[in-house]
Design a protein around this ligand. Structure first.
Ligand code: AMZ
Length: 269
């Protein structure tokens, strides 16, 4: 099944500022909002710093959760199959299918996309863009293969880094690659989007790693989505001021009520 959502409208950053600001000296960029749903055993969960033992369950109904984030103003939905990220085997496709059927906004999916068949299953479930982590570190040829099969706009490389070094397999193993290096190579291989997650800040509610995000933004040409640590409306506004940042992922802050997506809408007071 092809996604019902046309891509072209999401490729280009809107020229309308998401955050109108009364001070004309402060340049405002639109940044797309990616509410996050992490799945484990069919439930919506959050981990702290990616650790399976530090899990909180937020819902047993992922599709209803997705509808809520759509209703409240998310631009895209960021979904991670955590079971798959840890084991390499997709375990939550039923939930992913239910999510995609329940919403109109586009859905991206990461976790366990390690061969063409897994990517195809995700696309068939209704996903608009697949996110590759572990396999991208092992083989950039895989990224090229995906880009040829589905188009670069459907392929993101998820770069999860601790102190600038890329982690893989559910963040349980470190690679020898730096995040910046992998990002550049992934782009050259055909990835249309880079998703950069700072592991140390993820789920900690202490704000994103602005410095590393900025470095990443300067060293790539394509779309960058920042992830990890976004914990307040002010954090989102600050990210939105980074020239060219395409999107930001919001996880724990939504579930804890620290960020209300409705406050980030262009029409919000
Ligand atoms: O929280 C974690 N431990 C975690 C997580 N959120 N581990 C991996 N992931 C996500 C990555 C990326 O979106 O951010 O899983 C995806 C990568 O999975 P894989 O199977 O390609 O390495």
């Amino acid at each position: 099944m092809e996604s019902a959502v046309p891509f072209s409208i999401f490729h280009f950053r809107s020229s309308i500022s998401r955050f109108p600001n009364s001070d004309p000296r402060i340049s405002q960029q639109p940044v797309l909002l990616f509410p996050a749903i992490d799945l484990m055993s069919g439930e919506v969960v959050r981990l702290r710093q990616g650790k399976a033992e530090l899990k909180t369950v937020y819902s047993q109904d992922p599709a209803a959760m997705a509808q809520r984030w759509e209703r409240e103003g998310g631009d895209w939905l960021h979904v991670v199959d955590l079971d798959a990220a840890f084991t390499g085997e997709q375990r939550n496709l039923e939930s992913v299918r239910a999510i995609c059927a329940a919403v109109k906004f586009p859905v991206e999916l990461g976790g366990g996309i390690r061969d063409l068949a897994a990517a195809q299953r995700a696309i068939d479930a209704g996903v608009s863009r697949v996110i590759v982590g572990t396999r991208a570190v092992e083989s950039l040829a895989f990224i090229s293969e995906l880009a040829s099969a589905f188009g670069s706009e459907r392929v993101a490389v998820g770069i999860d880094a601790r102190n600038g070094i890329v982690s893989v397999k559910g963040w349980t193993e470190e690679s020898t690659l730096t995040a910046l290096d992998l990002a550049r190579r992934a782009e050259d291989a055909g990835a249309g989007t880079i998703i950069y997650t700072d592991i140390a800040t993820d789920g900690m509610m202490k704000g994103p790693n602005f410095a590393e995000t900025e470095k990443m933004l300067k060293s790539i040409r394509g779309q960058l989505i920042a992830s990890g640590g976004v914990s307040s409306v002010a954090d989102v506004r600050r990210l939105a001021q980074m020239p060219g940042l395409y999107g930001c992922i919001i996880g724990k802050a939504l579930y804890d009520g620290a960020i209300d997506l409705r406050e980030l809408q262009p029409t919000a007071p």
